[in-house]
Design a protein around this ligand. Structure first.
Ligand code: FPP
Length: 231
């Protein structure tokens, strides 16, 4: 969800106003995704590296997260959405951690859509955590190194219970991944849009999905193998 700062700057407003406008996009895109029947939506809301931003901005983002978790609680529950989080959530202040834990528990049985907030999240950090746990299991004798394969490693990641990642959208014109779901993007389609996150609305999501639908996903196979060759 990139471009909040630039959006604020272009309107002559403080950066936090950009994040506030970005939170409106979060609501719109979550609603639209649920209506479209998307199984899982993961939003990169705060990276492991974002802690190093000015304290005032970090505090403002934490306040917005709290407001979201409290303000959207009933809509999330009414719409059968399961709220999840990935990342080093233990680092979050209680003002965020408490409503987050509460909503995770309250929505745990919901099957309508999984909304995952990536908070204090880094793709490399997630892989390091997984490897650490794998090493522990190997040392304890519960995992034989020769049994470790792609599926096993995937099972150690915080995204293990999510469906395979199909589409990654990055807003604001930047064409890089910035430490997001590094393992999971192996066969994901990447769509980059110039729209700044605070202006990203359901129409833009629809456009990204159209681009995705026009892609040919081959997973290392040939078009002919997949029966996709024109006659
Ligand atoms: C990146 O834009 C965005 C963030 C670091 C924060 C994203 C947070 C929100 C959209 C609001 C709160 C989230 C929820 C789930 C309610 P940037 O600040 O790096 O933008 P810039 O590159 O233009 O400076």
């Amino acid at each position: 969800m990139d471009g909040n700062g630039r959006w604020a700057q272009s309107h002559g407003r403080p950066r936090l106003d950009g994040h506030r406008a970005g939170a409106d996009s979060v609501r719109d895109i979550t609603r639209a995704s649920r209506q479209l029947g998307i199984e899982a939506l993961t939003l990169y809301a705060f990276s492991s590296q974002n802690w190093a931003r000015p304290a005032e901005e970090v505090m403002g983002l934490m306040t917005l997260l709290r407001e979201f978790l409290i303000g959207e609680r009933s809509e999330i529950l009414d719409n059968q959405i399961r709220l999840e989080a990935i990342g080093d959530v233990e680092k979050l202040p209680p003002m965020v951690k408490e409503p987050l834990d509460e909503l995770r528990t309250a929505s745990a049985m919901h099957t309508g859509m999984t909304l995952t907030l990536a908070l204090s999240y880094g793709g490399r950090e997630s892989i390091v955590r997984a490897v650490r746990e794998i090493a522990r299991d190997a040392a304890a004798g519960t995992l034989r190194p020769e049994d470790l394969d792609v599926d096993r490693l995937t099972g150690y990641l915080p995204t293990a219970k999510l469906p395979p990642l199909d589409l990654l959208i990055r807003t604001s014109g930047e064409q890089r991944i910035s430490n997001f779901m590094l393992w999971e993007i192996a066969y994901a389609e990447l769509v980059f849009t110039d729209v700044l996150w605070p202006e990203f609305r359901k129409e833009h999501l629809h456009q990204c999905l159209e681009v995705y639908a026009a892609r040919e996903r081959r997973f290392g196979l040939t078009s002919a193998q997949l029966g996709l060759d024109p006659a």
